[in-house]
Write a protein that binds this ligand. Structure first.
Ligand code: PMP
Length: 370
């Protein structure tokens, strides 16, 4: 998915708000490979097993009620999430993908003259959302492709309104510990909101990991965002949620679209959240095949960052990543180039099912044996 910029964006009397034309449009994962017999999409970190059968059934049941508006307060879904996660339902906000929640946070809290801090290899939308609201994105350096809390703190000023950290991060897959994040939350300037993006939280196996719920629970300056697009396998429905202090819930509730989440998404999301057994099965399989794939690549001299998500970041070296991407694509394996993230020597590959992982390992072996 690519939005085209064009000459139509040339100066005109009718100009968009400051910052908009500085945005490099988000480029989503490719899904086609011309000439390949079969295609395995490993470019968007989707769940290779799909969604829970219960979620699929709940979605199908909605087909007879499409004339009816959805519940704009998302009461049942929020209560289901709250029960499953041990949270307060009135501190949960649901959105049209966590993308929407990230955008609402930026719209609500950052404007001209404000700064938004993100990490060097942080998710692309943080910068886009800052610019879209006329705010200035500020990039904090990382250490070993991992969030460096001290560098984040150094990047903050009195103008910083938001700090976005994905944990695990996309595209690096690396993790930062709870203690470091708590230290960050407590040392941020008074007017700064910390957003912990847990899009890949369910895949993490580290004891002591907290996606943000525990960090946010007792604090007024921390928000956690989550998605149904990854482990729950509902990317097509666009559904995300966040856990936030009540003052943030109140602010976003004043301007979000009244029916921002559609009825099939609400129904499928409820069923998916109840099916924690399915979540666990997907996480177990992901871990097994991720570790297997990392080992196979290492045998071929390709190292990966220690990933805690459902993808790996494989280092082919500058000048070779493009060739590796083309080689894989010719075999129907569609990965994601990461040059736009400042990682021109890497490729990000979703951990697929057994067939996909074996195909990737074989292709990388063939590529490196050339
Ligand atoms: N955060 C991160 C770190 C992501 O990788 C993604 C998806 N690529 C999102 C948020 C947004 O996901 P969604 O809008 O599908 O919930």
């Amino acid at each position: 998915m690519t939005f085209q910029t064009s000459d139509a964006a040339a100066p005109s009397a009718i100009a968009p708000q400051p910052g908009i034309l500085e945005i490099e449009p988000y480029v989503g994962g490719e899904s086609g490979a011309p000439g390949a017999n079969r295609v395995i999409k490993l470019s968007s970190n989707e769940n290779p097993l799909g969604c829970s059968p219960a979620a699929q059934a709940a979605f199908a049941e909605c087909a007879g009620q499409l004339a009816i508006y959805p519940d704009g307060a998302h009461v049942r879904l929020r209560e289901t999430i709250a029960r499953a996660q041990g949270l307060e339902a009135d501190r949960i906000v649901c959105g049209n993908g966590s993308d929407e929640l990230l955008a609402l946070l930026a719209q609500g809290y950052a404007g001209p003259g404000d700064e938004v801090v993100h990490c060097a290899h942080g998710f692309a939308l943080y910068r886009i959302n800052a610019l879209a609201n006329g705010a200035t994105p500020v990039c904090a350096p990382e250490r070993d492709l991992t969030t460096d809390v001290d560098a984040v703190l150094e990047a903050c000023t009195e103008r910083t309104r938001l700090v976005f950290i994905a944990n695990p991060n996309n595209p690096t897959g690396t993790l930062v510990g709870r203690e470091a994040l708590e230290r960050l939350a407590d040392a941020l300037p008074e007017r700064t909101l910390l957003v912990l993006d847990g899009a890949y939280a369910e895949y993490v196996r580290d004891a002591g990991y907290d996606a943000g719920a525990e960090i946010a629970r007792e604090r007024e300056n921390v928000v956690m965002t989550r998605t149904f697009s990854k482990i729950h396998g509902l990317a097509a429905l666009r559904l995300g949620w966040m856990y936030a202090p009540r003052h943030v819930v109140d602010a976003l509730g004043r301007f979000r679209a009244p029916f921002n989440v559609n009825a099939p998404a609400l129904a499928a999301g409820e069923a998916a959240m109840r099916d924690q057994e399915y979540v666990e099965r997907c996480a177990t399989l992901n871990e097994a095949w991720r570790d297997w794939l990392v080992k196979r690549l290492a045998e071929n001299g390709i190292s990966c960052t220690p990933s805690h998500g459902n993808f790996i970041l494989a280092e082919f070296g500058e000048g070779r990543a493009g060739a590796a991407d083309a080689f894989l694509k010719a075999r129907g394996l569609i990965g994601r180039k990461t040059a736009s993230y400042g990682l021109p020597g890497h490729l990000r590959l979703t951990v697929g099912d057994e067939t996909a992982c074996r195909a990737v390992a074989e292709a990388v072996n063939a590529f490196t044996s050339q």
